[in-house]
Ligand binder design. Structure first.
Ligand SMILES: Cc1cc2nc3c(=O)[nH]c(=O)nc-3n(C[C@H](O)[C@H](O)[C@H](O)COP(=O)(O)O)c2cc1C
Length: 138
């Protein structure tokens, strides 16, 4: 199974999650400015909420994906208050015809002193276990 991990981060939280996810499935976590170089079965996509929405760069990244290059997207990320960016990412994925796995990983993310230290070691462990489950190694 071919797997890729891409993420968008402003303050480093999603990068840490992405590295846990990528490490668990044996690939590198790369920022979304690094285009996919080969067809993948699973694209783990790390992203977060900023002012109640996903960053336009994440929207553009999904918009730019080629349907034939991605079997499905698996969403992961953190936020301070809101629960999940799933619906926002799915709206973009639907436009390009790429399926989204119903499973996702979400945890709290530190923001301005709230949820200090999150994602923490336990979140990173959970993210890794989630990733292994998705690729059938969990
Ligand atoms: C500019 C900015 C705006 C944010 N707006 C929201 C928001 O509307 N809702 C929310 O739940 N979290 C919000 N957060 C918190 C982030 O979603 C949270 O800190 C997340 O872990 C950040 O991930 P990152 O470090 O990968 O950028 C915001 C964070 C930043 C920096």
């Amino acid at each position: 199974m071919k797997v890729a991990v891409r993420y968008y981060t402003k303050t480093g939280n999603t990068k840490r999650l992405a590295e846990a996810v990528a490490g668990a499935v044996g690939v590198r976590a790369l920022p979304i400015d690094q285009p996919l170089t080969e067809k993948v079965d699973v694209l783990f996509l790390g992203n977060s909420y900023y002012a109640f929405s996903i960053d336009p760069a994440v929207r553009d990244f999904v918009k730019g994906l080629k349907k034939e290059m991605v079997g499905k997207i698996v969403n992961f990320g953190s936020a301070a208050m809101l629960n999940s960016t799933y619906k926002k990412v799915k709206a973009e994925a639907d436009r390009v015809g790429i399926p989204m796995d119903e499973r996702e990983f979400h945890c709290k993310g530190e923001f301005k002193g709230i949820h200090k230290g999150k994602p923490d070691e336990s979140d990173l462990k959970d993210a890794a276990a989630f990733a292994r489950k998705i690729v059938g190694q969990g």
